[in-house]
Design a protein around this ligand. Structure first.
Ligand code: UD2
Length: 309
């Protein structure tokens, strides 16, 4: 089921740009709205004039009215994505992640967009020790970022009931792949470890390295978005998007070293404040309801990512 026209907020970012690639490939005309706060033009340069790029902000209501016009579906990926940044400046992340999301939803319901697919996060589960994390578990948001993502889910649900706008929220676990920016200290651990490995340098592991994460390859996350947009059963629902398997951070470095052909012991530093210990997704719901299963294994995804670095 190809869409004719879609809006991708945050489309110049890591996940948004891969999603845009897939939509364009399927013959969809895509408008990207991105303020380039963490996105990069280089992520979408290859698409040339096959997309409409609008440099702007999701807090700009008038601009939103313009870019949602004629769209059947909106993929809302724009956000302040750093948990740490949300801890350092809660009001700013609140404006972007909450007010921005409400403005996106509001523009959609007024213009008659059929469906909005929203990026949520495994952060909503907090440090609940029960594993794997399943959608029925009570959320336990521990950071402003997590509160904002959960609030976004509640707004999505309310807009569905109040205005009949179809919404789907996807709780991303640890997404990795090409175009993930390694340059900030809060970048995804795989992008940091890859860059280190490529430079023949040792990374720093925060804590004892025994913490675990569920890493899912970006192309699988794109496929989850397309299923969420296309399948009738998805409307009004929340789904985990992960691989359903986890790895310890210390083992992750060993695996990256093996793939990169280097053997370097990592440095260890103090644990990162607020870090959760273990995270792994129960992907039974998305498997059953949307017939979605991840296709890219961790090693395979790491190889593809290393080729890009
Ligand atoms: C992820 C998401 C975040 C939020 C959160 C919810 C990413 C990039 N971030 O944060 O947006 O959804 O999940 O819980 O996906 N580490 C090191 N050395 C480094 C960098 C990281 O040891 O140089 C460790 C870090 O302490 C953590 C693990 O690696 O234990 C993963 O860190 P991360 O920043 O990639 O992702 P996470 O799970 O904190």
């Amino acid at each position: 089921e190809a869409f004719k026209r879609a809006l991708v907020t945050g489309g110049a970012g890591f996940i948004g740009s891969h999603l845009t690639d897939a939509l364009v490939e399927n013959g969809c005309r895509v408008t990207i709205l991105d303020n380039l706060s963490t996105g990069h033009r280089s992520n979408i340069e290859h698409l040339g004039d096959r997309i409409d790029f609008v440099h702007g902000d999701i807090r700009d209501a008038e601009l939103l009215d313009r870019v949602v016009e004629g769209c059947e579906v909106v993929f809302h990926q724009a956000a302040v994505v750093s948990v740490t940044q949300s801890v350092e400046d809660p009001p700013h992340s609140c404006e972007v992640n909450d007010l921005g999301t409400v403005r996106v939803l509001d523009a959609c319901r007024r213009s008659g967009v059929r469906r909005v697919v929203m990026a949520s996060s495994s952060a909503v589960y907090g440090d609940d020790p029960r594993l794997p994390k399943a959608e029925y578990m009570a959320p336990m948001p521990l950071s402003p970022y997590a509160v904002q993502k959960l609030t976004g889910e509640y707004y999505a649900s309310a807009f569905g009931r109040l205005y009949g706008l179809e919404t789907v929220c996807l709780r991303y676990f640890n997404v990795f792949g090409p175009r993930q920016d390694p340059s900030s200290p809060y970048s995804g651990v795989i992008s940091i470890f890859m860059t280190k490995a490529a430079a023949g340098q040792a990374p720093t592991i925060y804590g004892d390295g025994g913490q675990t994460r569920d890493f899912v390859y970006v192309k699988d996350v794109v496929r989850a978005n397309l299923a969420a947009a296309g399948r009738a059963e998805a409307a009004g629902r929340v789904f985990n998007v992960g691989r359903g398997e986890s790895i310890r951070i210390s083992e992750l470095w060993d695996l990256i070293g093996e793939i990169a052909g280097i053997e370097l012991p990592p440095a260890f530093g103090p644990p990162r404040p607020g870090d959760i210990r273990d995270s792994v997704a129960d992907i039974g719901t998305i498997r059953r309801e949307l017939a979605f299963a991840p296709e890219v294994g961790l090693r395979q995804g790491l190889e593809k990512t290393l080729a890009w670095v």
